[in-house]
Design a protein around this ligand. Structure first.
Ligand SMILES: Cc1cc2nc3c(=O)[nH]c(=O)nc-3n(C[C@H](O)[C@H](O)[C@H](O)COP(=O)(O)O)c2cc1C
Length: 390
């Protein structure tokens, strides 16, 4: 049976992903923080939105292409940066970059991905974005920017919303290697769980274990630390407005600031010369009381006007959710977990399957609404459950 008959929705793949990767790895991918209030609310926010269709417009073509920062993309969504993607499923970065390239939507490679910007940009070409967690070592930061630029990357995504690591309670409960500074990652529970998923374990071994290929070239700076410890020491909370100014000054391409929720920060970012914002609560993984990005969007739009694109993420699981975000005022969206569930569940086929499902769903919604273009989605009347007339 084809994947499309078995898994017509991306949510159909979550259970399969859970069976194919060790419990601690599934917890890493799936969890929010605290009691998952923010993570759960992210999805509820989408459920509560209604879109009012207008019929008698005939059958529309449903063109999903859109322009972002002067570039035409085939769809109004991209793959959000996900750290450790190749540990979730070995090869995930290249699988997703290939699917993104085939459908012409962006793929954002995380600083702490398993694969490197050099290797991934060869597959993704001009749709490859690079996400930067600015390291404490500013020379290293500039060097990573140089590497991204030399790989032809035009869009840098600077992540602002990880001022410190969150507690990752579900990772702890699942036995995962959290906060294992100085201790071995390979506890008996990690080994047992890994052995219970032999395909994953063998593929990971073939990939050289958990890798951080963007960071490995700086091993001369590790000073006796292991790579994860070095990352912990470098990548937490180093970003402030002065540092952002330096990055803006030195990055000649497009600059997106990711993880903005407050109007004042949006206003300041606009003054600092960033080209666009990603309104995000990091998928509910940092602050369990963070508001939903769509709830912050009207205020942020009022502050920055139409000067810059506002990209939204957190909680998007379908093409319908993509349409809802755009109808609510977003210019573009990013999707994190759903792409990785698909790759964990289907391996090499996962990227292409996720892309096809999302595009088919979005086109279906556009036809049901009678909207021919992505721009047209912003005119669709949006109702929230609390204000719905019953
Ligand atoms: C497992 C995991 C790892 C992530 N790693 C990063 C990262 O390295 N850099 C970053 O900017 N955001 C990271 N994020 C946040 C995502 O880029 C994105 O904001 C979030 O996943 C969107 O929510 P969604 O998963 O509900 O789509 C991560 C999210 C998850 C689930």
């Amino acid at each position: 049976m084809s994947d499309m008959l078995k898994y017509p929705r991306l949510t159909d793949l979550e259970k399969k992903a859970k069976r194919r990767i060790p419990p601690f790895m599934f917890a890493y991918l799936d969890a929010g923080t605290g009691r998952d209030f923010a993570k759960d609310a992210n999805e509820v926010a989408y459920r509560e939105i209604s879109l009012t269709p207008q019929f008698l417009r005939g059958r529309v073509a449903a063109d999903t292409s859109t322009t972002l920062l002067g570039k035409v993309y085939g769809a109004p969504f991209g793959v959000a940066p996900i750290g450790l993607s190749s540990t979730i499923w070995p090869g995930a970065e290249q699988i997703l970059a290939r699917a993104a390239k085939a459908h012409n939507f962006p793929y954002a490679l995380s600083t702490v991905a398993g694969d490197s910007i050099e290797r991934v940009s060869k597959v993704g070409g001009d749709i490859t974005w690079f996400q930067l967690y600015p390291p404490a070592d500013r020379d290293m930061c500039l060097d990573m920017m140089r590497r991204a630029r030399e790989c032809g990357v035009d869009t840098l995504v600077v992540t602002a919303d990880v001022p410190a690591p969150s507690r990752r309670e579900r990772m702890r409960l699942s036995g995962g290697p959290v906060g294992s500074r100085g201790k071995s990652m390979y506890t008996p529970r990690v080994i047992m769980q890994s052995m219970s998923r032999p395909e994953w374990a063998l593929r990971l071994l073939a990939n050289g274990g958990p890798r951080f290929r963007n960071i490995e070239p700086y091993s001369d700076r590790f000073g006796g630390m292991g790579v994860t410890e070095f990352i912990g020491s470098q990548l937490n909370g180093g970003l402030d407005w002065d540092y952002l100014d330096i990055i803006r000054d030195r990055w000649p391409g497009k600059l997106l600031l990711k993880g903005i929720l407050h109007g004042q920060d949006a206003e300041r970012a606009a003054r600092a010369g960033v080209d666009g914002l990603v309104i995000s609560n990091h998928g509910g993984r940092q602050l369990d009381a963070a508001p939903h990005p769509l709830h912050q969007l009207p205020h942020i739009r009022a502050v920055v006007g139409n000067k810059m694109p506002l990209i939204v993420d957190s909680g998007i699981r379908s093409g319908l959710d993509v349409a809802k975000a755009i109808a609510s005022g977003a210019d573009f969206v990013l999707i994190g977990r759903s792409f990785l569930y698909a790759v964990a569940a289907l391996g090499k086929r996962g990227g292409e399957h996720a892309a096809t499902v999302l595009i088919e769903e979005l086109q279906d919604v556009m036809r049901q609404l009678g909207v021919a273009s992505i721009d047209g989605l912003s005119d669709v009347p949006v109702t929230r459950a609390s204000s719905r007339t019953l």
